[in-house]
Design a protein around this ligand. Structure first.
Ligand code: MG
Length: 249
């Protein structure tokens, strides 16, 4: 069941989104060769708690950290660790925060120092695919119009979309109905209505769309070990333009 949010609920989700975006910004400001993702995890957690919010990922189905940090061939759900980031790496940071009972969820892939042109193109296409999907996040369209736009954009650039993990509705739960795949035919699924809040999150691979899960039971990585990038915002469907909730404003 898709839960539509009231104006009042959207106001709180805007606050949750602002805190989530702020935590991502702080992490971004500290990314450089030599920094560990465990340190970035600590920074994000401190920022979230300082803003009277709670990290949404910590303890979710037993996930042990406040952020996901997925380096290079890691797609999503990577564990922060003590391995220093290296020049040329790309690192996907996913952060969720609960504020007054509502959740914000956002992710970005960041370059570590100078990266290859191919890696930069992958990051760029992943962000642009989100905005391509966003064009259809409005009245008059159905959910899979977003999915289809993302897949078409990504595949036209020679990359692939991950299919075994998808975006999701979000609100008082981090994961609500509906699922928001990054692939599929247009014109399917529920009609988009004001008050729907969705985490739209293209996960884009340089090579195969096939992924596997590491021995830690969480970290998803590309089967061919080529790069992967992630771009996510929590958005709200409105009467007019969609609103991105995970911004600092
Ligand atoms: Mg998400």
């Amino acid at each position: 069941m898709i839960i539509l949010k009231s104006k009042k609920e959207l106001e709180i989700m805007r606050e949750a989104g602002k805190i989530t975006a702020g935590a991502l910004r702080v992490v971004e400001e500290h990314i450089e060769p030599g920094v560990t993702t465990a340190y970035l995890n600590r920074l994000a957690e401190e920022y979230i708690m300082k803003h009277d919010a709670a990290p949404a990922f910590k303890g979710y189905n037993g996930f042990p950290y406040s952020i996901c940090a997925s380096v290079n061939a890691q797609v999503v759900h990577g564990f922060p660790n003590d391995i220093p980031l290296q020049e040329g790496d790309i690192v996907s940071i996913d952060i969720g925060a609960f504020y007054k009972g509502y959740c914000g969820d956002a992710a970005r892939t960041f370059p570590v120092g100078d990266i290859s042109e191919e890696a930069a193109a992958l990051i760029r296409a992943t962000e642009e695919a989100f905005y391509e999907g966003l064009k259809y996040a409005r009245l008059g369209y159905r959910l899979s119009d977003i999915s289809h736009a993302i897949q078409s954009y990504v595949e036209a650039r020679g990359f692939s979309v991950v299919k075994s993990f998808v975006g999701h509705g979000i609100g008082q739960q981090m994961h609500e109905d509906p699922q928001v795949p990054n692939y599929g035919p247009p014109g399917m699924g529920p009609r988009l209505r004001p008050g729907m809040t969705l985490a739209v999150e293209p996960m884009v691979n340089q090579g195969t769309d096939q992924v596997e899960i590491m021995e830690d039971g969480w970290t998803v990585l590309t089967k061919d070990r080529l790069l992967s990038a992630h771009y996510e915002n929590t958005i709200a469907i409105t009467e007019e333009d969609p609103e991105i909730l995970t911004v600092e404003g």
